[in-house]
Ligand binder design. Sequence first.
Ligand SMILES: *Cc1c(COP(=O)(O)O)cnc(C)c1O
Length: 409
Amino acid sequence: MSGARFGPGGGETMTENTWNKRTKLVHGGTRRSQYNEVSEAIFLTQGFVYENAAQAEARFIESGPDEFIYARYGNPTVAMFEDRIALLEGAEDAFATASGMAAVNGALTSLLKAGDHVVSAKALFGSCLYILEGILSRFGVEVTFVDGTDLEAWRAAVRPDTKVVFFESMSNPTLEVIDIAGVAEIAHAVGATVVVDNVFSTPVFSDAIAQGADVVVYSATKHIDGQGRALGGVVLGRKDYIRGTLEPYMKHTGGSLSPFHAWMFVKGLETIDLRVNAQAETALKIATALEGHVALARTIYPGLKSHAQNELVQRQLGGKGGTVLSLDLKGGKAAAFAFLDALTIPVISNNLGDAKSIATHPATTTHQRLSETQRAELGITDGLVRFSVGLEDSDDLIADLSQALARLG
Ligand SMILES: *Cc1c(COP(=O)(O)O)cnc(C)c1O
């Protein structure tokens, strides 16, 4: 964490680190201009003026925490977002990226070189799988895929030359939860760096770094924005990694975040705790109401007692199941399509963490590129519907989902 920081009164007051979560989310990382604005400013500028030639020279040799050169390297609004999310996560530092995928790619590629070995969970977001399967292998990195929920499989797969282990702490769309502390212990024993894509666990419920993750990645497009407006991402970790390894990679390869999007995310963080808690509460109500419905083969929600890793959910996520649930309809694709088309409040789309509830059919959209065998292996059946719970009234959502299920007969 870097930069001049100001308390709510405008002066440098108590240290931000002692604040509780909601205070950090509203005030953390604030940088005020000479106008002392209340709402954080958007510094929509690619460059910064130097007082004289010598100052320009000095800044290129070494720039201080609040000295900027070029927006691809850093920007005051982007720095506010980085500091605020780092404070929330208990991370030493953060680097904001143009999308969640720029964050995943940067986090992995900046750490790896030809000849290295990676162990990854196999239940991955399609684009993450593309990086691990399609890109890293082209540059001579060997990747072993394991069932992420099976600690014995991780133990068997790591080797002395394993540099990185990678997984989504809650998988998409089948919502398996991976034991961060358990995998970290196995990875650290061989000196590997633990990189966690933490989107589904959300920044609100997960303290992945305290659990043992070395590097945490978010797509800010999801809960951090929370209103489906902008692409963005962030990588969090120790200062030496973020500034020494990741920043040079990101700033020279062009994956930096737009100041305008950073401003949306700064404002999104102000309300994220309220939003995500409300969404998770509604998700639990919906899952509880629908579990056991005759039209459903399975109701998957990590907050349900029936979830296979509910014990881990208690330990790792404070019992919170997140904002997404998945419904496996008995009638396969026909039933899933009829169900989606009968919904009146949620929209059919593919984002998540939005204020609007969003229903997705993974087999024909987000996971269409996978082979039938791969989908079967990951539990992505033709009847599976992913449901990202929004901020609508929970009774309205339950009524709407129930009438859509009732039509399936
Ligand atoms: C959405 C998502 C990403 C990619 O984020 P973008 O902002 O769309 O690039 C990566 N991982 C997970 C788990 C996601 O849900």
